[in-house]
Structures are given as C-alpha cells and as structure tokens.
Design a protein around this ligand. Structure first.
Ligand code: SIN
Ligand code: FE2
Length: 216
C-alpha cells in the first residue's frame, strides 16, 4: 500500500518540491533548447537587452528585455508593465510559440494547467550580476503562477517566504531547469546571488532566465 508520501509526492524524480505550490522541474526546458535560443536571438534583435534603472536610481546589474503583450520595466518613476518597449517606442516582440509551449508544459505538472502567460521577462546575467531578494507583485492577478526557466551558466536560486527576513532555501539551478511558484508561495521572496564566472557550451559566458507571468 502506498504511504502518504507516495501519494503527495510527484513520481518524477526530476521534480523537487520547494514549498507548498512551488516546484523545481529539473531539465524540463532541455527539449526546447534549440528553439528557445533561436527565438531569443529574434527577440533581442528587435528589443535588445538593456540595464534598467530602479526607482531609487540604481542601475541593475542584470540586463533585461521582454516579449509578449506586456513587458516588465523599471525607471525612476517606478516598476510596471507596459505594452511598448520604452527604448524602441514599439510593442514588445510577440511571445514565440516555443516559449508558450514550454511555459504551459511546465505549469501543468506543477498544478497550474490553465496558466497562459501574456508576458515574459528575459534576464541576462553576466558574471558578477545579481538580483537581490524581491517579490514579483506587479502582476494584476496572483492566481497565475510564475514560471522561471534557466539557461546557460549555473546559478544559486534563493527561495524564501512571504517576509523578506524569512529563512531562504538555496537551489543550484542548471541549464534547462524550470522553477514554478504559485498559490500559497506566489508572493515568496526570491533572488539570485552574484553569478560565478564560466562559459556554457551553447549559451556562452552568461545565464539567461525567462520568467513567464500573467501580467495584465
Ligand atoms: C526573477 O526573479 O525575475 C529572476 C529569477 C532568476 O533569475 O532565476
Ligand atoms: Fe522575480
């Protein structure tokens, strides 16, 4: 007879539970790798990576761009989503089909089968870049999870709780790993400490992170 753990735990050994509503799907993006990197080249040729400025006046070490109906931006006036890229004055590049397919394929086993993202923030970490602990809370409806895809150099992912000073768990994220958080952990603090130097064989001297959101 299966015990309680067998019933509650996913059978796939490549899946780790980070918190209630939060899962790590090891290698889930690997089958999409070629398509994702090709689509990324298309996106950044239209809306290049740029270092945005926080409301407090700091230039972020992570370079960002977006695709989808809306994109996340920050400047001296605040954090928000906008349908247009402020650098080009044009709409953000459309969400490629392979991006959408991966987001849905990852959200489903994590418990969010109805997730259909309208925004994807694309983060580029070069060695030394970091993202301090924060909540993702500029989205309209927190019923949507966050689906976060890692490509390229490995990084440490810090995943805490609802309060900034809650203890954080650390996860080593590698090329192809996908983290999904929603429900009770949708507003959990998370961050990425300084990226270590290295060269990834297909992505190069950087880590790329795609975070899918229901923004509007
Ligand atoms: C983010 O919180 O926007 C990015 C997280 C990550 O790079 O893994
Ligand atoms: Fe975030």
């Amino acid at each position: 007879m299966p015990d309680l753990f067998d019933i509650l735990a996913p059978a796939d050994p490549a899946t780790e539970i980070m918190a209630e509503g939060a899962m790590l799907l090891r290698g889930a993006a690997l089958p999409f790798e070629k398509d994702l990197l090709a689509a990324l080249g298309q996106i950044t040729s239209q809306s290049p990576f740029r270092h945005m400025v926080t409301p407090g006046g700091f230039t972020m070490s992570v370079a960002m761009t977006n695709c989808g109906t809306a994109g996340w931006i920050t400047d001296r006036t605040g954090y928000r989503y906008d349908r247009n890229d402020p650098e080009t004055g044009r709409p953000w590049p459309a969400m490629p089909e392979c991006f959408l397919d991966l987001a849905v394929e990852a959200a489903t086993p994590a418990g969010y089968p109805d997730f259909r993202p309208d925004a994807c923030l694309i983060n580029r970490y070069e060695p030394g870049a970091r993202l301090s602990l924060h909540q993702d809370r500029n989205e309209r409806d927190f019923a949507n999870p966050i689906v976060s895809v890692s490509l390229g150099l490995p990084a440490t992912f810090q995943f805490g709780g609802l309060k900034r000073n809650d203890p954080v768990k650390k996860y080593a994220l590698r090329h192809g790993d996908v983290a999904v958080w929603g429900g009770p952990s949708r507003l959990f603090y998370h961050g990425v400490p300084e990226l270590k130097d290295g060269v990834h064989e297909t992505v190069g001297r950087m880590r790329i992170n795609l975070t899918f959101r229901g923004a509007l």
